[in-house]
Design a protein around this ligand. Structure first.
Ligand code: ATP
Ligand code: MG
Length: 457
């Protein structure tokens, strides 16, 4: 592959040429900017298209049939074309930033160089003129791509003071791309990590989530710790630093959690598993007790970890479904299967965890296991348990009320009134069937329900 600084022109896909023809027919220019240019120059795949144009948002709305005004205040609209989205921002310069997160005003410009000058890092401040793809690189971003370096456009301190999120973005890109951070930029972040404080939690969450989605989340998270950002963004995680756990473990709780999260990331486990791997021991600092023998124990820490995980993810405004799934994995992560478990115990476990969550919980256990010593989990880990679950479920798959051979209507017909009592009876029937699937016949269950009803009065 040619080195990035030697590339003066990038290949332009036909979809972009089609869009460009419309802009040009209206006498407007359009440029490819942002991640797509950076990643093309790195020789990597890219996920989304960011475009810049001298056309105003209202002009673009008239030029294309399907345009969504996604960020019209900042001059951004999204064009839908052949099932793809193209985010177009009108060329602009940003005014003063008084609040450390938004410019006080934006003004449009016709100069792409001026527009590139307001962008965060040199590697993100490169444009390609459409339709030919000639590269415009006023801040030597291609050289920094080659050097694998995150460097600010202009003075780092000024750029971070304008928008504190850039500190976290720098660490995110370094982690995502495997790049280093320029010395001046790193010192500026360390000098004043509180620049992140005025930034909205939604923007922080987007960057944090991209860190967790990267190949090695620990590289950004450790830098966040060193720069003082972890204390502000995730104090709960920082509290795990220095919490020792002798015995099976080699590392303190924070290093253990980072290793677990890295293992989940490099194994390409789903996002909630990565989050659960990072958060599964958040309850350890508060539940640590030192025994007479000098060994630390953390009884029931998983319940506290689940509570803290919910609080952290709620603060970061994660969607409820993602919070519930992650918290559930954290709460259940301490299972300890042995072959002395009865079939009933196996079925109760599956019912509690949910069949659809088993894979994720096992992935979390593998990540947790990696975090103990920093060595890959034994290849046969959980194999016995998996096989046992499969064979027990084959023998009897009764896992919820709807699988019972009787329903609430049957019980009503047998003279038991709907209400709390009936709910308790159905739960008892389910417990009995989970313990012994042979019980799942209409006759046996009605008999059991009648005797329970009589005893309950
Ligand atoms: P990704 O691959 O994550 O989409 P990206 O570089 O495209 O990376 P975006 O967040 O989509 O990142 O932003 C697009 C471009 O807008 C960036 O490349 C950068 O030029 C500019 N940009 C985004 N956020 C900021 C910011 N906070 N300050 C300055 N410029 C920014
Ligand atoms: Mg982008």
């Amino acid at each position: 592959m040619r080195t990035a600084s030697k590339i003066d022109r990038i290949a332009v896909p036909s979809l972009l040429r089609e869009l460009c023809a419309v802009f040009n027919a209206h006498g407007k220019q359009v440029f490819l900017v942002g991640g797509a240019v950076r990643d093309t120059l790195r020789g990597a795949e890219y996920a989304d298209w960011d475009l810049a144009s001298d056309a105003r948002p209202e002009d673009i709305m008239c030029m294309f049939p399907a345009v969504i005004p996604t960020g019209i205040k900042h001059g951004t609209v999204t064009i839908r074309h052949k099932k793809h989205s193209f985010e177009v921002t009108t060329l602009r310069t940003d005014g003063r930033y008084a609040d450390g997160r938004h410019p006080d005003s934006v003004s449009y410009t016709s100069s792409i160089e001026e527009d590139l000058g307001r962008r965060d890092f040199t590697i993100n401040a490169i444009a390609a003129i459409l339709p030919e793809g000639h590269v415009i690189d006023p801040f030597r971003g291609r050289r920094d791509i080659e050097k694998k370096l995150i460097r600010c456009v202009g003075r780092a301190e000024d750029r971070l003071n304008e928008d504190g999120l850039r500190a976290l973005r720098a660490l995110r890109f370094a982690s995502q791309l495997g790049f280093d951070i320029d010395g001046e930029l790193l010192s500026a972040i360390k000098a004043r990590p509180s620049m992140i404080s005025p930034v909205s939690i939604e923007r922080v969450k987007v960057e944090f989530d991209k860190i967790v989605a990267s190949k090695k989340p620990s590289s950004a998270l450790l830098r966040m710790e060193q720069c003082g950002l972890l204390r502000l963004v995730l104090p709960e995680l920082l509290r795990c630093r220095g919490v020792q756990q002798k015995g099976y473990h080699r590392f303190d709780v924070l290093t253990h959690s980072l290793l677990a999260c890295d293992y989940a990331a490099r194994s390409d486990y789903k996002h909630t598993v990565r989050l659960a791997a990072l958060f599964h021991d958040l309850g350890k600092p508060a539940s640590a007790k030192c025994g007479d023998n000098g060994v630390w124990t953390f009884h029931n820490h998983e319940l506290l970890s689940a509570e803290i995980t919910r609080a952290v993810m709620t603060r970061l405004r994660y969607p409820n479904a993602e919070i519930d799934e992650t918290v559930h994995l954290v709460r259940e992560h301490m299972f300890n299967y042995t072959d002395s478990w009865s079939a009933g115990a196996v079925r109760r476990f599956v019912r509690r965890v949910g069949e659809k969550n088993l894979q994720a919980l096992f992935d979390l256990r593998r990540s947790d296991s990696f975090g103990m010593l920093g060595t890959p989990p034994p290849p046969g880990l959980l194999l016995d348990f998996r096989n046992r679950i499969d064979s027990v479920l084959e023998a009897g798959r009764v896992l919820s009320r709807k699988d019972l051979a009787v329903s609430g209507v049957d019980l009503m017909e047998a003279g038991i009134a709907a209400g709390r009592k009936m709910g308790l009876i159905l739960d008892s029937l389910l417990e009995a069937v989970i313990e012994d699937p042979e019980m799942n016949s209409r006759e046996k269950l009605l008999e059991m329900a009648a005797s329970l009803s009589e005893r309950m009065g």
